[in-house]
Ligand binder design. Structure first.
Ligand code: HEC
Length: 201
C-alpha cells in the first residue's frame, strides 16, 4: 500500500515534469522557424521607419502567401534587404496606382485634394479602412467639397481591398519606401481563386 502510493506519486511527478518539458519544446519548435521565416528583412538604410506601426504589423502567420499579424489582420512581408515583397504588397501597389493615386498622390504621399494615406494608415485600423473604402467619407464641416468616393460597387477596388490595405500599411510603417516594388513572391493559388470568385461573382 505504502509502496504503491509512493510510486503513484513518483509517476505523477514524472508525468508532470515530462508534460512541462514537452510543452516547452513544442512551443520553441513552433516559434523558432516561424519567427526566422516571417521576420521582415528591410533595407538597412530605410529612413522613415515607424517602429510602432512596424511592430504592430509584424507577421505571425503565413496563410499560403498571405501574411497575418497577431490580430489576424492582413500584413506585409518584405525580405531580401527590402528588395522583395509579398504578392499582396505588390498587387496593392499596382491597384493603388490604378485607382487611388489620382486623388491621394503617387506612393500614398497625398495631394492638395486628399490626405497622405501613408500617414492615415498609421492610425486607421483594418476595419476602419475597410469601412471608409466601401462607404466613402465626406468632411461635412469643410466648405470645399472634398469627397472620398464609396467603392462598395467597384470590384476593381473591393476585390483587392486587402491588397490595398497591405500596401498602404507597408508604406505607413516605412518598410516600403517610395519605390516600385522589384522582386515579389509568387502569386498564391488561393489569391487566384479568390480573385476569380470575387470578379466573377
Ligand atoms: C476622387 C478622389 C479620391 C479617390 C479616387 C480616392 N480617394 Fe480616398 N479620399 C479622398 C478624399 C477627398 C478624402 C478625405 C475625405 C475626408 O476626410 O472628408 C479621402 C479619404 C480616404 C481615407 C481616409 C483617410 C483618413 O485619414 O481618414 C482612406 C482610407 C482613403 N481615402 C482610401 C482610398 C483608397 C484606398 C482609394 C483607392 C481605391 C481612394 N481612397 C481613392 C478622395 C479620393
Amino acid at each position: 500500500m505504502r509502496y504503491s502510493n509512493k510510486s503513484a506519486l513518483r509517476m505523477a511527478a514524472a508525468v508532470l515534469a515530462l508534460g512541462m518539458v514537452s510543452s516547452v519544446t513544442v512551443r520553441a519548435e513552433d516559434a523558432k522557424p516561424a519567427n526566422a521565416e516571417l521576420a521582415n528583412k528591410l533595407d538597412p538604410n530605410a529612413k522613415e521607419i515607424d517602429d510602432k506601426v512596424l511592430a504592430a504589423a509584424a507577421a505571425v502567420k503565413d496563410d499560403d502567401g498571405k501574411y497575418k499579424d497577431k490580430a489576424g489582420d492582413p500584413t506585409f512581408h518584405i525580405t531580401n534587404d527590402g528588395k522583395k515583397v509579398d504578392w499582396f504588397t505588390y498587387s496593392g501597389y499596382r491597384r493603388y496606382h490604378a485607382e487611388c493615386h489620382v486623388c491621394h498622390g503617387p506612393d500614398a504621399m497625398g495631394s492638395t485634394y486628399a490626405p497622405a494615406l501613408k500617414d492615415s494608415l498609421k492610425h486607421l485600423s483594418y476595419s476602419e479602412f475597410m469601412g471608409i473604402l466601401a462607404g466613402g467619407k465626406q468632411d461635412v464641416s469643410s466648405s470645399d467639397q472634398k469627397v472620398m468616393p464609396a467603392f462598395a460597387d467597384n470590384k476593381n477596388v473591393m476585390c483587392y481591398a486587402d491588397d490595398l490595405y497591405v500596401y498602404l500599411r507597408a508604406r505607413a510603417s516605412g518598410a516600403l519606401p517610395r519605390v516600385r516594388p522589384g522582386e515579389k513572391e509568387d502569386k498564391p493559388d488561393s489569391a487566384k481563386q479568390v480573385e476569380k470568385d470575387c470578379l466573377g461573382g
